[in-house]
Design a protein around this ligand. Structure first.
Ligand SMILES: C[S@@+](CC[C@H](N)C(=O)[O-])C[C@H]1O[C@@H](n2cnc3c(N)ncnc32)[C@H](O)[C@@H]1O
Length: 467
């Protein structure tokens, strides 16, 4: 018989603070202990679950005292769902730790001289702020201990979110507080219809089934996009479900489906078939309209995206004379947003269809001083591009969570624009990139922005001036 490893119990400790990835930290006998699902100020007994040379991981097995930064979570799925892990912490405290997360990352990883960091900009909406959610179908619904103990029979089909770290287990979401109506209504109607018609929910382990994934995008113009992903082509069932959706939700302005038999749910390389309405929706901002296709990135908190872009434009300090490069431009949103205050803007982005949207976003807003290129940044951003469009006065860069490729940073150092505005959704990779840029740049302003209330995620804008 294999003997179970016995780990230590650490009794009666006060959780000290929140750190990266939403974990909390406590120091114990010169060791750092990371703990999930607690709050700073909780007094708990900890069971060590993992031992490493430099740190421990533990879970709280008994609460002696609950912290006064705690609030009552408003979602019934809190604690199980991976979506809003900070719902048990008051919003002011969330903001405090996001600010700290930016400071800690920039200081510890960046190790460069920094100005005073501006106070984080809170989000006006702290629930129903997202314009896009993606739900997974599964025939292996997650049941809580209470549900299992009740010995009741539960339908194991689910439509909802993954349990953290469990690719095969899905919560059957009843109400999600992240996206406004009719997101919940659509998800529930689709799940009920599928159960009624005995459509086969996906088996994530065996990789078989029919219903795979549902994406809902609710634009601030009132336009509504729904994308259904099916694992296999069953034309009659597909038609039945899509007809049902349109009959129940005539406000859908853009309805699509995808046949996705790949090993994952991404569909950037697959055909997206539009069966109703226009093949895109529009977001609006400061009198501009942005076309967003099913494959295009758009900032998920539309209202806060406007605040983020205003700050980005302010950091860029545009007067109308500048040549601006907007790197990782997505559907050209920042490029078009700053175009009226620039001489010209060059946008670069990986996803070709997003670049098509970016060009159309210029056209529909009568913007004529933008040029867009599709391709991998490290290949497209080169001497020839700068020779063609001119040396940048300002570079705005907004990379994905992984940050910028070292070749891109090298190119930024070579071209040595007078100003860079670095927008990031991951202060750790931003700090790493800033350290590399510090060879030729000084950080002059820092502004964290909260785009994602109830989560540990934080956006951060940094202004860099050439030395
Ligand atoms: C954080 S989003 C920013 C989008 C845009 N700036 C906005 O505000 O809507 C990052 C974008 O980088 C793109 N991207 C990711 N890797 C890339 C690469 N290697 N080269 C070019 N673009 C890339 C993604 O497709 C995505 O549109």
């Amino acid at each position: 018989m294999v003997k179970k490893k016995k780990f230590d119990l650490i009794p009666n400790v006060r959780i000290e603070e929140m750190v990266a990835e939403g974990k909390c930290l406590v120091r114990h006998q010169n060791m750092v202990v990371f703990v999930k699902d607690v709050a700073p100020g909780d007094i708990v007994d900890l069971q060590v679950t993992k031992k490493r040379k430099s740190y421990l991981e533990a879970k709280a097995v008994k609460f002696h005292e609950y912290s006064d930064v705690r609030v009552q979570p408003f979602c019934e799925h809190f604690g199980v769902c991976g979506g809003c892990k900070w719902q048990h912490i008051g919003y002011e405290t969330q903001l405090h730790y996001k600010q700290k997360q930016v400071k800690d990352n920039l200081e510890r990883i960046g190790k460069i001289p920094l100005p005073v960091i501006d106070p984080i900009l809170p989000s006006e909406q702290v629930s129903y702020y997202r314009n896009k959610l993606e739900f997974t179908f599964s025939n292996n619904r997650w049941l809580t201990y209470e549900q299992i103990r009740s010995e009741q029979e539960f339908n194991r089909n689910a439509l909802g979110f993954h349990i953290p770290q469990r690719f095969d287990k899905i919560i059957d979401v009843q109400h999600c507080y992240l996206q406004p109506s009719p997101s919940n209504e659509i998800r529930l109607a689709v799940a009920n219809y599928a159960r009624d018609k005995d459509l086969v929910f996906f088996d994530l382990v065996k990789m078989q089934g029919f219903l795979r994934n549902l994406i809902i995008r609710t634009a601030n113009t009132g336009e509504l996009m729904v994308i259904m992903q099916f694992f296999q082509d069953q034309p009659e069932d597909i038609k039945g479900l899509l007809d049902f959706l349109l009959a129940e939700f005539p406000q859908i302005t853009s309805l699509h489906y995808v046949i996705n038999s790949k090993g994952n749910e991404t569909f950037h390389d697959l055909d997206v078939i539009c069966v109703h309405g226009e093949p895109y929706i529009h977001e609006s901002m400061e009198g501009l309209r942005f076309r967003v296709g099913p494959k295009s990135f758009y900032q998920t908190n539309s209202a806060q995206a406007y605040e983020l872009y205003k700050l980005t434009r302010d950091f860029a300090g545009l007067t109308g004379k500048e040549i601006v490069y907007d790197l990782y431009t997505g559907a050209g949103t920042i490029a078009n947003f700053v175009a009226r205050q620039s001489a010209k803007v060059v946008g670069v982005e990986y996803v070709p269809s997003a670049i098509e949207d970016a060009k159309i976003n210029s056209q529909i807003n009568n913007i004529t001083n933008t040029t867009f290129y599709a391709g991998d940044m490290k290949d497209v951003l080169n001497g020839a591009l700068f020779a063609e469009h001119g040396r940048p006065d300002v570079i705005i860069t907004d990379p994905p969570r992984a940050g910028m490729h070292p070749d891109v940073i090298k190119m930024l150092l070579d071209v040595h624009a007078p100003k860079i505005v670095y927008v990031s959704c991951n202060p750790a990779t931003q700090a790493r990139d800033l350290e590399m840029l510090s060879e030729k740049y000084e950080v002059t302003r820092i502004q964290p922005v909260d785009m994602f209330p109830q989560t540990h995620h934080v956006e951060n804008i940094v202004q860099l001036i050439a030395k």
